[in-house]
Design a protein. Structure first.
Length: 662
């Protein structure tokens, strides 16, 4: 049997602090040596438990300088070390704690010369990385006019995905960027050039901090042994979110076996970032003799909410079995709201938000969660109409996103041909058109006072470069087709025409998440289909936006806002009341995430995360109908995650069928 050595120093902490823990947590804190896997369910106090174990190691005599605490945010690292210091003051400032990237940087600063870097190497931010990628593209592929080549941000995403998932670049292209498989060799050459340019400039990007830390340990046995000796105990938070590189670093740094990892396999939802579920599932095989313990007492949610979470996640096959138990008393049954469509869903949620606010649940203690950003589109409009303030944790408001503004700019030109902002936005989407060419085109169009008449006449723009002239001809043809009488009364078809006539190709080359953005636009088209013509559609958007701006300028909004968020952005947070939108197959789970059993299980984990954000009140919303591509209504079956629940029994979930017009 392996013996685990612990270097001890005299205790100096607060006596009896382990009495703060429940029995499950105390088992973890009192396990001082050997590999330990803690499966910590939602709301079970995993951060508290990890902190107390670190404190107990120090209190038991372990030199705090020999503890390495790896987290996923610097904020989490600071909070944990502050708590440890309050429990055991002599640990202050001595524990190595930080994100994987931060700790990797500290170690590389000591050893960079082993890898051919100077200790003064620079670290590229995302914008600087794109600049270097642009240099690599210009050097490796001087002429990109013959094919539509991905932009630097997309190339960067390809290379990063390859690094973080340990997949060859060609495999990444085939799986995630199939539209660029044909130019795979050229993309590989750009990637090689990118790596060389970074080395020449003595700089690393964010991914290099992990790659080079791992290389340092793999290729230099003396350093590997030295760091294993320096850090006698390694503690890792959120282990279900680690990628293959991070797991490899943990294995090498923790070969002595004193490794504790904490996580919840049921909350592993970042596969798209390279997170590897196998890391936590196979930890006992990577570290023989692992003790597995579970935290199952949840301090967050009522028994009724946890019953839904437990009832759903048990359908996943790849997991550690556990059942969350509520520390809190009984609450209300979760509500399954069966609604007619997305508009009624928006009205229902807005009304319930106001009702709960009147009953004492503040807006800031309520959250609306959704699988994809487009699913909050109708709700954002409804909230703006009603003057309900909201904040979006998942980024920009739907109608303020760049790709949505691009599409609407095409319609705005038809509505007001003098709109220079719309013209500039549309023209600059095309090859060879920059600010100067866009200005020349606009001045030509308005010279006679009627831009549309000039456009129809087709008068050539003087002294316009050939590439810009060709692009303007493309824009002109598209706008004239959009202005056809049979289309102006069909804003959905207008938007789809823009997407099909070149904008999808622009998305593919400009954005790593082109598929998601294309889906946003298709959903926008579905929403637009309810308007009699494109003018009514634009006016509605402009009016609700102006109301929102008016409220902000007049100071009528308060700090109290309803929270809107994707589920990914909501992980780790909690609210008194939670509303989960669009629980229909194809929307949640998303259609593109239903190709394999593994993808379905990750979608179910997302549902589990959404449900376990709720403390008291949970609303599960299922809009039944939407407009299909041919404008005919499409019936959507309830999400399989709802159908898996025995909600026909009245003891698990309460069903509300909202009548049309209610």
């Amino acid at each position: 049997m392996r013996q685990y050595t612990i270097h001890r120093e005299p205790p100096t902490g607060r006596p009896g602090f382990l009495d703060d823990l429940n029995p499950e947590q105390r088992v973890v804190a009192e396990t001082l040596g050997g590999p330990l896997l803690v499966i910590a369910g939602a709301g079970t106090g995993k951060t508290r438990t990890l902190t107390y174990r670190a404190a107990n190691l120090v209190e038991s005599g372990v030199d705090p300088a020999r503890l390495l605490l790896l987290t996923f945010t610097n904020k989490a690292a600071r909070e944990m070390t502050d708590r440890v210091m309050r429990l055991v003051p002599r640990a202050a400032g001595r524990i190595w704690a930080g994100t994987f990237h931060a700790i990797g940087n500290r170690i590389l600063r000591e050893q960079a010369e082993r890898l051919g870097y100077g200790q003064n190497y620079g670290i590229l931010d995302s914008e600087e990385s794109r600049d270097v990628m642009d240099m690599a593209l210009a050097e490796a592929v001087p002429d990109t006019t013959k094919v539509r080549f991905p932009k630097a941000a997309v190339l960067q995403s390809m290379v990063s995905s390859s690094v973080n998932t340990a997949r060859p670049l060609q495999v990444v292209l085939k799986a995630d960027f199939p539209q660029f498989v044909g130019i795979g060799p050229a993309i590989e050459q750009v990637a090689v050039t990118y790596m060389r340019l970074k080395a020449d400039m003595n700089v690393m990007d964010y991914d290099d901090l992990l790659v080079n830390w791992n290389l340092l340990l793999e290729d230099h046995a003396d350093l590997r042994l030295a760091y294993q000796a320096r850090f006698s105990h390694i503690l890792v938070d959120e282990y279900q979110d680690t990628n293959l590189l991070q797991a490899a670093v943990v294995r090498q740094m923790g070969a002595h076996g004193n490794v504790m990892v904490v996580g919840d396999d049921c909350q592993s939802i970042y596969a798209f970032r390279g997170a590897e579920l196998r890391n936590i599932l196979e930890f006992p095989e990577q570290f023989p003799g692992t003790r597995i313990t579970r935290l199952e007492t949840s301090y967050r949610s009522t028994p009724q909410v946890l019953a839904v979470a437990n009832g759903s996640i048990r359908h996943n096959r790849r997991q550690f079995d556990k059942t969350l138990r509520a520390h809190r008393g009984d609450g209300e049954l979760p509500i399954y709201a069966c609604l007619s469509d997305a508009q009624q869903q928006a009205a229902f949620v807005a009304q319930r938000v106001l009702e709960l606010r009147d009953e004492g649940t503040e807006l800031k203690q309520q959250a609306v969660l959704y699988r994809a950003h487009y699913q909050a589109m109708e709700l954002q409009l409804e909230l703006q109409r009603r003057g309900i303030p909201f904040v979006i944790r998942s980024g920009t408001k739907f109608f303020e996103q760049g790709h949505i503004r691009d599409l609407l700019a095409h319609l705005k030109i038809l509505f007001n041909p003098l709109d220079r902002l719309a013209w500039t936005r549309v023209l600059k989407l095309y090859d060879g058109v920059g600010n100067q060419s866009a200005a020349s085109i606009y001045q030509h169009l308005v010279a006679e006072g009627d831009p549309w008449a000039t456009l129809v006449a087709g008068t050539p723009v003087p002294r316009l470069p050939a590439k810009a002239r060709k692009s303007f001809d493309t824009v002109r043809a598209l706008l004239l087709d959009l202005g056809a009488p049979h289309l102006v009364g069909d804003p959905a078809s207008m938007l789809e025409l823009v997407l099909d006539r070149g904008y999808q190709a622009h998305l593919d080359s400009a954005y790593a998440n082109a598929e998601q953005r294309g889906e946003d636009i298709r959903q926008l088209a579905h929403h637009a289909s309810q308007y009699p013509d494109y003018r009514a559609f634009l006016e509605e958007l402009a009016l609700v936006e102006s109301v929102s701006v008016e409220d902000i300028q007049s100071g009528s909004t308060s700090d109290e806002c309803l929270v809107l968020s994707t589920i990914h952005q909501a992980k780790g947070l909690e609210w008194d009341a939670v509303y989960v939108l669009h629980l229909a197959d194809g929307h949640f789970p998303l259609q593109r995430a239903m190709r394999t059993p593994e993808e379905i299980e990750e979608e179910r984990r997302l549902f589990y995360v959404a449900v376990t954000r709720a403390r008291h009140t949970l609303h599960l919303c299922h809009p039944q109908w939407s407009a299909g591509r041919d404008r005919f209504p499409v019936l959507h079956r309830p999400s399989r995650f709802l159908e898996e629940l025995p909600h026909t029994r009245g003891d698990l979930i309460e069903t509300w069928r909202i009548a049309e017009g209610a």
